[in-house]
Design a binder for this molecule. Structure first.
Ligand code: FAD
Length: 314
């Protein structure tokens, strides 16, 4: 099912939905652990899961494999991220074919970050320059088979200081065929909601899925806010600073802060939350419990799991 339809249903019924993002782990053991965790997180009832694009070589192969496992083995509605970094068109074609074969019908089309060793992003010869080019290509090739999401930046993007131009570029991605926007993580709801208003003023009416980063440890909280340029409201620092050396306390206080932020988003009429799980379950689960969003009827757990054996899981 297309994500846009799931999001439209959530808006129509006023019942909030949530989704999880996973990334390809670096080791075989990490992959095994993640599959196990994905299984347990299935029971929390996500509307869909995303798998990030691990640019280059084996990481991108693993993205395709994880999409296949999540979609066709676990039966989770899956969205594959795809970037333009170091991707000539034949590689894009292969990735799309793999997603198609796996039964995945959702792609988050991105430009990608520069590879670690490079400071500036450079287009691959014979590849795409911007995410909108990738959106257009997927649309031209596959028509309506794939639902195509794009990235949005409530607090700006490092390559573009001009807020108005950045908004124009977001609109171009939607005009090219994007049907939903997933945002960069943020902690300041006021800034996020003000940005949503501006997006709407530009005539962009597709669903906006806010990116929520649970708080696992104090150092990771600061580091991730720094990476993504997310402003930290002063009250958050005041609440977290006194407990910063106690991870369990940080998670507890963080849960309350993030859940409150999610409540405000839902109260503003945005019925979807996208969790950057960092491949961990606990902090995300705590927030969902706090928000009372985990299904109680046991529906997700009732599934049959013969595939576990085929993956070598207990
Ligand atoms: P674009 O929309 O193409 O924008 C990139 C820059 O180019 C912007 O500064 C924009 O203003 C500028 N620009 C766009 N169009 C034009 C134009 N016509 N003329 C001039 N300038 C223009 N990275 C990964 O490597 N793998 C992932 O899986 C991944 N997942 C992500 C998921 C989400 C939800 C988000 C928010 C980001 C993700 N990223 C991922 C990071 C992302 O790839 C980077 O932030 C990247 O720098 C920008 O990607 P984009 O798709 O927004 O690019």
């Amino acid at each position: 099912m297309h994500i846009k339809d799931k999001l439209a249903e959530a808006q129509r019924t006023g019942k909030p939905v949530f989704s999880f993002e996973f990334f390809p782990p670096k080791t075989a053991q990490g992959v095994q652990n993640l599959y196990d965790r994905m299984d347990r997180m299935h029971d929390l009832g996500p509307a869909f899961v995303d798998v990030t694009w691990g640019a280059g070589g084996s990481r991108s192969q693993l993205t395709c494999e994880m999409v296949n496992v999540a979609q066709s083995v676990y039966g989770l509605e899956t969205c594959m991220h795809l970037t333009c970094t170091d991707m000539e068109i034949s590689k894009v074609d292969n990735a799309l074919k793999e997603a198609y074969k796996a039964g995945c019908t959702n792609i988050l089309a991105l430009r990608g970050d520069p590879p670690r060793e490079k400071e500036k992003w450079v287009a691959k010869e014979g590849g795409f320059r911007y995410a909108k080019d990738l959106v257009k290509y997927i649309k031209d090739r596959y028509g309506d088979h794939f639902d195509i999401g794009v990235a949005g930046y409530p607090e700006g993007h490092e390559d573009q200081d001009d807020e108005i131009l950045l908004m124009d570029h977001l609109k171009e991605k939607i005009d090219a065929g994007g049907t939903f926007i997933v945002t960069q993580m943020f902690y300041d709801v006021d800034r996020f909601l003000a940005w949503v208003d501006k997006v709407r003023e530009c005539g962009v009416n597709v669903p906006i899925v806010p990116g929520i980063m649970p708080i696992q440890t104090h150092s990771a909280f600061l580091r991730r806010a720094g990476w993504s340029n997310a402003q930290i409201p002063p009250s958050w620092n005041e609440a977290l600073e006194p407990v910063k050396n106690d991870d369990a306390q940080v998670r507890e206080v963080g849960k309350t802060l993030v859940a409150e932020m999610c409540r405000r988003i839902i109260d503003a009429g945005i019925m979807q939350l996208h969790f950057y799980t960092m491949n961990l379950a606990q902090a995300t689960r705590m927030i969902l419990e706090e928000l009372d969003l985990i299904p109680k009827d046991g529906t997700p757990s009732n599934r049959v799991l013969p595939w576990r054996q085929s993956l070598g899981l207990k």
